[in-house]
Design a protein around this ligand. Structure first.
Ligand code: NOJ
Ligand code: CA
Ligand code: CA
Length: 711
């Protein structure tokens, strides 16, 4: 069996910590690239302040000193060369060329050097990538788009050749031309301009390859992952194909920003959690609850229930990302209204690092960075202050180090042992690794709780506090605003899978299985089929996903070693050769909220349909090109039960496929046109309008003849 050298904690995202950096505000490593739109005094928050990739490289030792293993850098692509609405694109979210690096930040060579230098320190680079939109449509450079320096179009020129898609009713070309998002749901959410930003039509084949090639320039240059901006505003089906194409080169850690401040049942995020779970997201909906409970008032017991509920949505709660501060929200220390805000910040920071999920530390959290000039965007992006000697830095470093060695932090479950208004104890277990986080935000208390840990005295990782366990009872003293972390690491006897990276895959793709007790070698089965093992050690196995004959969404992954088999882990399986396909159904006789579910892995879990203005229901799904399939129709909301309508429709995968009542013949399917030539689709049995339509035409014809004769 091939033995792999330990590749560093960063290969398994759950064993690491992410450090989020706004490049312009971190460190100026090259003063020659600062102009134009530069404010050397750092007073105007909407201008460039000088930070760049060379600055990042210079500060890698500092970043490493915090114990983190991944850096998420703000978008590096070339942004517009003009001001728009009084702001320069210092933040990087106003791209004009997805094949080039912004000249204020550096060059592709600088980026590759960053990756190399970071790697030497056990750190990998995750790049923020923005495929939803380019730049402001009505100001600045008006949505100007370049392909490695060659002008392609801008929003106005593009509008001239835009047409209405007969299926979706969307006005589109390279961009969508449907105004700004005013209704934050349904079609406008995905097909209109977000805050006036020129919205891409990802189903346009040129846009599709351009955005994919742009992302591959980063992953091909060594980035280990991407943070995808504004996933709420794109079709999930397109994103799934986009991710699969990137994953097909190597295992990557890709996560999305789905902006939603609370878990709303009306959000399509709820449907995404409940059914698809195809890609990790930032845990934005729980962040405000955490800040309120620690920064203002609120019950820890309530918080514990909110969080347990939230994490239960996910197949892989441990691969979602927790954060306290970000570039879009008011920093905790700017928001908290308490004399003990710093103590509470320490508690909230420790919580963020011990909950299920990968912690994200926003630059300057370790040095209590705040803005005196204001609160949210852009004031949550002050110039970095470097200080790794603080208590906050100590918490980050200690818990980042513990995360490398204690798999309960990386992969453990989540169980509240005790909770009241001001005290909360939760336990996390992964095989023989255990962890107990205990906190108290009220008056000092002596706490005794049920805990089935071996008898003994345990020492907290953060402050050295003691906990005595005897006969299944744990007792400890908790001061005001205290947070303690107790842990156990024992040898794991049975093979145990903690995670798959990524957990969505198609045949031929490599996935990294992480866990414990894997021994020196063995076998891996995916959906019952033996997978080719590429490397193996006791905590990580790299395999190639085999082709599996299945119609299921999730396949079992099992590790067998030394005569022992692991419990199955779940892999979201795709058939392979997937394209983003627009699936549509004629809506003439259909109403309400509809879903489809079909006989391919990609369609095994229900997908919600949107109703177009042109009398279709549609969705975009990743589907294996050139394959026949059938779907059933369902009705219901994403939070209720779905009811089958007992209707089966058939189609053949193409970029646009209208599913029909009749099974398509093999000949028809070979030459299926990209756009349907007929709009007749399935009606519930007995409601096909065709006979009526023909009768109406005949009647009309007869009436016309009579009328003509009379005239
Ligand atoms: C979300 C990003 O986090 C935010 O900073 C940005 O302005 C918008 N998406 C638009 O790209
Ligand atoms: Ca600079
Ligand atoms: Ca969009």
């Amino acid at each position: 069996m091939l033995l792999m050298p330990m590749a560093g904690a960063y290969r398994v995202p759950e064993r690491g910590v992410v450090y989020q950096i706004m490049v312009d505000r971190f460190y100026d490593g090259n003063a020659s690239n600062n102009e134009p739109f530069y404010d050397p005094a750092h007073r105007n928050y909407r201008l460039y302040w000088g930070g760049d990739i060379e600055g990042l490289i210079e500060k890698l030792d500092y970043i490493q000193s915090l114990g983190v293993s991944m850096i998420w850098v703000s978008p590096l692509n070339d942004n517009i060369d003009r001001m728009a609405g009084g702001s320069a694109p210092y933040h990087g979210y106003w791209t004009r060329d997805y094949k080039r690096i912004e000249e204020h930040f550096g060059t592709w060579n600088d980026f590759r050097r960053l990756v190399e230098e970071a790697k030497k320190r056990g750190i990998c680079v995750i790049v923020d990538y923005v495929p939803n939109h380019s730049n402001p449509a009505t100001k600045g450079e008006f949505g100007a788009l370049y392909d490695n320096g060659t002008f392609v179009t801008d929003y106005y020129r593009d509008a001239k050749n835009a047409t209405v898609n007969p299926i979706t009713g969307i006005r589109e070309n390279i961009y969508h031309h449907n105004g700004n998002i005013f209704t934050w749901s349904g079609i406008p959410l995905k097909y209109a301009n977000l805050f006036g930003l020129a919205d891409f039509n990802q189903l346009n084949p040129w846009v599709d390859s351009y955005l994919t090639e742009g992302a591959m320039l980063f992953t091909g240059s060594g980035a280990c992952g991407l943070r995808i901006d504004a996933v709420k505003h794109m079709e999930l089906g397109w994103l799934e194909v986009f991710y699969l194409r990137l994953y097909s080169k190597k295992p990557l850690f890709i996560y999305g920003e789905y902006y939603s401040l609370s878990p709303e049942k009306s959000d399509d995020l709820y449907g995404l959690y409940r059914y698809s779970n195809v890609s990790p997201v930032l845990n934005i909906p729980i962040r405000e609850d955490i800040v309120r409970t620690f920064g203002f008032v609120g019950s820890l017991e309530t918080l514990s229930r909110t969080l347990e509920d939230y994490y239960s949505f996910f197949v892989y709660p441990n691969k979602q990302l927790n954060f306290l501060d970000s570039h879009d929200l008011v920093r905790f220390l700017n928001e908290a209204k308490r004399d003990d805000a710093v103590e509470r910040f320490h508690m909230a920071l420790a919580l963020t690092m011990t909950l299920p999920g990968i912690p994200v530390i926003y630059y300057g959290d370790e040095s209590y960075l705040v803005s005196k000039d204001g609160k949210g965007d852009p004031y949550n992006r002050p110039m970095m202050v470097f200080d790794n000697t603080t208590e906050a830095a100590g918490i980050i470093r200690t818990l980042a180090e513990l995360r490398r060695t204690n798999d309960a932090l990386a992969f453990g479950d989540f169980r509240t042992v005790y909770a009241n208004y001001s005290v909360w104890a939760f336990e996390r277990t992964f095989g023989s690794h255990r962890l107990l986080a205990v906190m108290n935000k009220g008056s000092p208390v002596s706490l005794t709780i049920d805990l089935d840990w071996p008898d003994g005295t345990y020492r907290d990782a953060l402050y050295g506090a003691e906990m005595k366990v005897s006969g299944g009872k744990a007792s400890l003293e908790l001061g005001r605003n205290s947070f303690y972390v107790f842990h156990i690491e024992r040898e794991q006897e049975m093979p145990l899978i903690g995670s798959l990276t990524p957990y969505a895959a198609q045949p031929g793709q490599e996935i990294l299985i992480a866990g414990a007790g894997f021994g020196n070698g063995g076998k891996v089965f995916i959906g019952g089929v033996e997978a080719k093992v590429l490397s193996w050690n006791s905590t990580e196995i790299l395999v190639e996903v085999p082709k599996v004959k299945t119609e299921n969404a999730w396949l079992d992954v099992v590790v067998k070693t030394g005569g022992k088999a692991s419990e199955p882990a779940k892999l979201r399986y795709y058939s392979g050769n997937d394209i983003p396909a627009l699936i549509a159904i004629n809506a003439t006789n259909l109403t309400g909220r509809l879903w489809i579910r079909g006989n391919l892995s990609e369609l095994a879990e229900p997908r919600p349909l949107l109703r177009s203005s042109t009398d279709y229901y549609f969705t975009v799904a990743p589907l294996p090109n050139g394959t026949a399939f059938s779907v059933g129709l369902y009705t219901g909301s994403s939070w209720g039960e779905l009811e089958p309508l007992n209707v089966t429709l058939y189609g053949f995968v193409n970029s646009t496929v209208v599913v029909l009542r009749d099974e398509p013949s093999a000949v028809e399917t070979e030459t299926a046109p990209a756009m349907p030539t007929t709009t007749i689709a399935h009606m519930p049995v007995g409601e096909n309008p065709l006979p009526y339509l023909l009768a109406a035409i005949l009647l009309l014809g007869a009436a016309l003849i009579i009328w003509k004769k009379r005239g």
